[in-house]
Design a protein around this ligand. Structure first.
Ligand code: 6R9
Length: 633
């Protein structure tokens, strides 16, 4: 939706709140439906039960592919830049992408996939990853993408939770100067996953892999079979608006990640609408989102949102600093990128190399900038704005979550005012509220509290896979009739929102959500560890670092080695992304008489702020605090 001015935004926002059903029906009308809805919205946040566009029939891939063929069939849908700049880039037009998705949809069918099946995807950032997602959606199978940085154990947990019958992977992946053997990690995972009947393996790194007879097949061989069959078109499965589109696992305050469920109709409408609105996408623009498809940002803003809007989405296999810290800018220069959407952690990392990597790079094509994943500090905001946007590009700070499906609070590029450090105003249709500890809604401006949303939006999660009660407990039980985000937030004198970070036990490390309980469980698996407590601390590049206090009385003399062993344990159990940055061995943890760990104290110590630890009188053994303070890293 093109919003032309701040005044226009205010009008649209008002209408979207006063007549949400009419507003969203109007947006939904811009999509292609096999059959329109009987009812726009039915909801209660008690159970919760949320249905958007009930009775409507569609297939999201007809919106992302087929409907563009007559108009922009030859436009680039995906531009792919490989990890190694010496390798050729690839361009897939909408027509080519459509054909490849149809072809791979046939591969899935030939391998027994049916509507409603859950399919796990563990792949590098190559176009075939987008093709795999879309092919699942084409036949009505539910994809569950697992980020390439997760361990075999994490993959196994996710496959078992969703009872997947097919895995799509690759021999390996290239990331920077590293080569990761994805298939062998899958092999380890599958030892405990009897539900998996078939593994489809794409060739990427040509590293040797074990191919198990009757279970494993090569992607390329299967494509050849489809070619010999001569089947080209693959009619899209007709889906109900409320049928599941995908599951994506995310961390919360408890140990086990939850499978967030998104559905076909609402998610399509919401990601398409927010992509178009936030970035004010123009038909000839090249849009570059640096996220990985393994996270929600990649799902919504590399694949579904941009493609449903007929955009050109640039996809990058590697990392911003390889082979040099100017790589991202080389890519922007090479493809004359217009819109860059990235994360504060990447900005801070690139900032640390100074201005040299920017020399001789032509960034004049850039018109809009976006940030996502964590609060953006002002220094990073200004650097991005000045050095990359040359002070003439709107920089939108988009706040949202896996559970939200798409942008919730964000400036609209070139339309609503920008405030460094602020996500800004809610997008049309989004109704944020701040509540205090007792659940009372805090009215007015210049206030802060816990951020909730009081009215449904089409992109919101419907359940957590296989455990609806957990969904209710986590998001809808803290405050009656509201969705609780888990974030703290400030609303300034003008009504602009500034997200201050999580108020629960969830860390945000380099924009990745990590539950402290998850990391503690992994650390506690190490044989010499008795117990542990994990907190976050401010980290220059990552935003937050992981600080672990560990009780391991019988550890080996070599503390450094034990630290490494613990790191290795966490890598094996969760993945390298969750490795603690600091491990402090302590003789005991500060606990209350009822046995609760006082994290508040540990957080302060980890932050290096030990001057005022607050009331420690309820502690079982206050002396332990002095010891921990003295040994702080
Ligand atoms: C999209 C995504 C969600 C959590 C969220 C919040 C933090 C994301 C932010 C932001 C401040 C922003 N977060 N965007 N905080 N400003 N622009 O990142 O989803 O991985 O589920 O993380 O990330 O704390 O609750 P997800």
């Amino acid at each position: 939706m093109k919003i032309t001015s701040f005044e226009h935004y205010k009008e649209v926002y008002k209408y979207s709140v006063e007549q949400p059903e009419a507003f969203w029906a109007g947006i939904a009308d811009t999509f292609k439906w096999r059959k329109k809805w009987d009812k726009v919205l039915e909801w209660n946040f008690k159970e919760p039960r949320i249905k958007w566009f009930e009775g409507a029939k569609l297939n999201i891939t007809e919106n992302c592919l087929d409907r563009h063929l007559d108009t922009i069939g030859d436009k680039a849908a995906i531009i792919w830049e490989p990890n190694d700049p010496k390798e050729d880039h690839r361009i897939l037009t909408y027509r080519q992408l459509h054909d490849k998705v149809c072809q791979f949809a046939h591969v899935l069918k030939n391998n027994g996939a049916k509507k409603g099946d859950r399919i796990c995807i563990y792949m590098p950032m190559v176009p075939e990853l987008a093709i795999a997602l879309l092919a699942c959606a084409r036949i009505g199978a539910i994809h569950s993408v697992v980020f390439g940085g997760f361990s075999a154990q994490s993959i196994a947990d996710r496959i078992q939770d969703a009872d997947c019958n097919i895995v799509i992977t690759a021999d390996g992946s290239f990331r920077g100067n590293k080569e990761i053997s994805l298939k062998s990690i899958i092999d380890d995972a599958l030892v405990t996953c009897p539900s998996v009947q078939r593994v489809i393996v794409l060739t990427r790194t040509r590293t040797p892999v074990a191919m198990i007879k009757g279970r494993d097949v090569w992607w390329e061989d299967e494509i050849k079979k489809v070619e010999t069959q001569g089947t080209k078109e693959c009619p899209a499965e007709e889906m109900d608006a409320e049928d599941m589109l995908f599951i994506l696992y995310t961390s919360g305050s408890t140990g086990k990640p939850k499978g967030v469920v998104h559905t076909c109709g609402g998610y399509m409408v919401y990601t398409g609408f927010t992509f178009d609105t936030t970035f004010q996408y123009q038909p000839d623009e090249i849009y570059f989102c640096t996220a990985d498809i393994g996270w929600i940002t990649g799902h919504s803003y590399i694949v579904y949102g941009p493609l449903s809007q007929g955009a050109t989405s640039l996809m990058f296999e590697g990392i911003p600093t390889y082979p040099s810290p100017g790589r991202l800018w080389d890519i922007v220069d090479k493809f004359k990128v217009n819109i860059i959407y990235t994360a504060p952690t990447a900005i801070r990392s690139l900032m640390s190399f100074g201005d040299d990597p920017l020399k001789a790079k032509d960034l004049s094509s850039v018109t809009k900038l976006g940030s996502v994943g964590e609060p953006i500090n002002e220094e990073a905001w200004h650097w991005f704005d000045e050095k990359i946007g040359h002070g003439r590009c709107p920089l939108v700070d988009t706040w949202w979550q896996t559970e939200n499906g798409g942008h919730m609070i964000s400036a609209i590029a070139g339309v609503t005012p920008l405030k460094p450090g602020y996500a800004g105003l809610p997008l049309p249709g989004v109704q944020p509220v701040l509540v205090d500890e007792t659940g009372k809604v805090i009215e007015g401006n210049s206030v802060s509290g816990n951020l909730c949303i009081k009215f449904p939006w089409p992109g919101m999660l419907r359940t957590t896979y296989g455990d609806h009660e957990r969904c209710r407990q986590t998001y809808f039980a803290a405050y009656p009739d509201m969705y609780f985000t888990g974030d703290g937030c400030l609303r300034d004198e003008e009504g602009y929102y500034r997200i201050t970070g999580r108020v629960d036990d969830v860390l945000n490390v380099s924009g990745h959500r990590i539950g402290t309980a998850e990391v503690e469980n992994a650390i506690n698996m190490h044989s010499t560890v008795v117990e542990s407590a994990v907190v976050g601390y401010p980290h220059d590049i990552k935003g937050q670092g992981v600080y672990a206090f560990v009780v391991a009385p019988n550890k080996k003399d070599d503390e450094e080695l034990t630290r490494k062993d613990i790191m290795m344990t966490v890598s094996r159990i969760i993945g390298a992304i969750a490795k603690p940055d600091k491990i402090q061995f302590v003789s005991g943890l500060p606990k209350t008489r009822s046995g609760k760990i006082m994290r508040r104290i540990l957080r302060k110590i980890a932050e290096g702020d030990t001057s005022n630890l607050g009331d420690v009188s309820t502690l079982l053994d206050p002396a332990v605090v002095d010891e921990i303070k003295a040994g702080a890293l």
